[in-house]
Design a protein around this ligand. Structure first.
Ligand code: GCB
Length: 639
């Protein structure tokens, strides 16, 4: 009974936002039209970057107000052309695309037509046929607008979608940044300015995720929240459906298993479904049948004076629990050890644009490596990636874009309220993914600064209130004075780069320094610890023995030194290790980066460096010790 009460509380808290952001899926009542492909594009190179607004470029076809080029969507625009000014462009860029909408979408005024942008970095304004329909702050998260009413005003017009995107960061954006104007005319040309930021990845910009139109009936399923549990053999799916466009709807909610059989159903908009002989959702390598997903089919029927509306939405549901003790992390009440990676959404040419071949390749590589988890360093990844995690049983630490918060002015109220809003959007989008087991609110903030304590307390408590079912963390660096948020987190996540940024070249310091790091954090907080980053740069193919920095040998040894300490501490309170990084990735130019960050165990083109084999052997061995593998996957790992 207590458990069920707890589930109710969790659900109510999770429903604080007033509109949902369900992933757009086709169903018998919903259609989708993808707008991926070539869009017309122009960067606003005017001195104040504001000509597009001053001359109202959104009012007519973009090609009528100046030159346009082809721009693929989704993709970052930075690496698409040979023009260095576009690669490093700061300010507004304009995208436009015309689309022909099926006539029935216009004639049937019982339909909603929704325009959805999976993500665009950083600030976006959207017009349809010259009328502004929405704006959104922040990359990495979706936004949408109902445009059916507008299209119906003049059914003879084609649907012209204009999206202006601005990548300028300021002290209150997430991540923060600053624009610096160089006014010394003896050193810089007129109008010269740069954007500075304190995070170590290229600030790729543009429309990064799919843009699409989808329909729903006027009365529709706006949001669904599920929270799961189990007792012995019985799964418990506590659900709540929020409906819009009607005040009374008949509802049928059915849970369907993988074989297509109805397991349990209900006619209520909220309740608890009991699932006999439950198939739990298990992580990869922890169970023979990882990533088991049921389907929760929600059907609603509503009637008004003129029509009857039927909507159908099907949500994948994994039944699992997550718990934390002072020394362990549990999934389905079994200890779970994170042996995984940190990633980036990053690749040649497309930058941060969603790319299916890359996504599938990365999942194949993670599985080859024996990785059971990753952290979405340093921002929320595409929903399509989380859906893959759900299906393959890859466990996720889901991180906000709170990276590079180093300036004291970024701890004020404006920053905090935006950060809280971003957590709202993140939890709203990702709350139903079984693969997501923890929220990370920030990476390596300057938490030693006086306002940080209140900032992190508020942020972490807010996130826990939004979702009391998952632990919350923030990622700290190894500087022990930056622990202001630590009293509030459930799991301590520490990044350290011993024998790299400190004591470069001295591999022998790693065991003692890492031991001290763990003992300090555990001694003070008595909370489980994840080594959330460690690693070393390698220029692939560079060799030296005895090892020196930047060679394949050095990276291997750094890993092995860390691993020996992990092996002692994982018997006590260390609950995971995430390598920095899965693959090499692009950064801004600087004297410490040779065409990007090279700490990948794979190159940017996804070829293994020597360290990948060290990691692979270790991860399969760990899986064998900590998981429940059947004989055919026993160590040694597959070739
Ligand atoms: C870190 C950061 C990560 C960097 C990494 C490095 O601590 O969290 O964004 O890329 O170190 O390689 O310096």
């Amino acid at each position: 009974m207590l458990r069920v009460l707890w589930l109710f509380a969790a659900l109510d808290a999770a429903l604080l936002l007033d509109t949902g952001m369900l992933f757009p899926r086709e169903s018998s009542s919903r259609e989708r039209k993808e707008l991926n492909g070539l869009w017309a594009f122009r960067a606003d190179g005017s001195p104040n970057r504001n000509q597009g607004f001053e001359s109202a470029w959104y009012k007519s076809r973009l090609a009528e107000t100046g030159p346009v080029i082809d721009m693929p969507v989704p993709a970052s625009y930075n690496d698409i052309t040979q023009d260095p000014t576009l690669r490093d462009f700061i300010g507004w860029v304009w995208y436009e695309r015309e689309v022909t909408v099926p006539t029935r979408w216009i004639t049937d005024d019982g339909l909603r037509v929704v325009l959805r942008v999976g993500s665009a970095h950083y600030y976006s304004v959207v017009w349809v046929n010259g009328v502004k329909v929405t704006e959104h702050e922040g990359g990495h998260l979706p936004f949408e607008a109902e445009i059916g009413t507008l299209l119906r005003k003049d059914p003879t017009m084609p649907c012209r979608i204009t999206i202006a995107v601005n990548n300028t960061l300021n002290l209150h954006t997430l991540p923060p940044g600053t624009i610096q104007y160089m006014t010394d005319r003896t050193r810089y040309p007129a109008g010269f300015f740069v954007q500075n930021y304190n995070f170590d990845f290229f600030n790729y910009a543009g429309i990064h995720r799919p843009v699409l139109l989808y329909t729903t009936p006027k009365a529709y399923v706006d949001d669904i929240t599920v929270v799961t549990d189990f007792l012995d053999n019985t799964g418990l799916v506590r659900y709540g459906v929020s409906v819009k466009g009607t005040t009374s709807a008949a509802m049928k909610v059915t849970l369907i298993d993988k074989g297509g059989h109805c397991v349990v159903s209900s006619n209520e908009a909220s309740g608890v479904l009991k699932v006999p002989n439950v198939n739990l959702w298990w992580p990869y390598l922890m169970h023979q049948n990882p990533g088991y997903l049921y389907s929760l089919e929600v059907r609603l029927k509503a009637t008004d004076e003129s029509s009857t509306y039927e909507d159908v939405y099907t949500l994948p549901v994994g039944i699992r629990t997550v718990n934390v003790s002072s020394t362990q992390f549990f999934i389905n009440n079994k200890p779970f050890y994170f042996h995984g990676v940190n990633k980036h959404e990053d690749a040649d040419i497309r930058g941060k644009g969603l790319d299916w071949p890359l996504i599938v390749k990365d999942f194949n590589l993670m599985k080859w490596l024996g990785a059971n988890s990753f952290r979405t360093s340093h921002y929320p990844y595409a929903e399509e990636i989380l859906q893959m995690c759900d299906r393959h049983g890859i466990v996720v630490i889901d991180e906000s874009p709170g990276v590079g918060i180093k300036d004291i002015r970024s701890f004020g109220n404006a920053s905090l309220s935006h950060h809280l809003a971003v957590m709202d959007e993140l939890v709203r989008r990702d709350k139903n993914h079984p693969s997501v087991v923890m929220w990370s609110v920030a990476n390596e903030p300057a938490a030693e600064m006086p306002p940080a304590e209140n900032y992190f307390k508020t942020l972490i408590m807010h996130t826990k209130a939004l979702d009391p079912t998952r632990p919350v963390t923030y990622i700290t660096d190894s500087n022990f004075s930056r622990d202001k948020g630590a009293p509030f987190v459930d799991v301590i996540c520490v990044n350290s780069y011993f024998s790299w940024y400190h004591d470069p070249g001295h591999l022998e310091v790693i065991p003692v320094q890492l031991n001290t790091q763990f003992e300090d954090w555990y001694g003070k907080y008595k909370k489980p610890i994840i080594q959330s980053e460690y690693g070393a740069d390698v220029v692939p193919g560079l060799h030296n023995d005895p090892p020196v920095m930047f060679t394949e040998e050095y990276q291997k040894l750094v890993l092995q030194q860390y691993h020996s300490v992990f092996d002692q501490k994982r018997k006590k309170y260390v609950i995971g290790e995430l390598i920095w990084n899965f693959a090499d990735f692009m950064t801004t130019q600087g004297i410490t980066r040779v065409v990007g960050n090279k700490k990948g165990v794979f190159t940017r083109q996804r070829q293994p460096k020597a360290a990948a084999f060290i990691l692979k052997e270790r991860y399969w061995r760990l899986a064998n010790e900590t998981g429940a593998l059947p004989l055919w996957t026993k160590y040694p790992c597959p070739l």
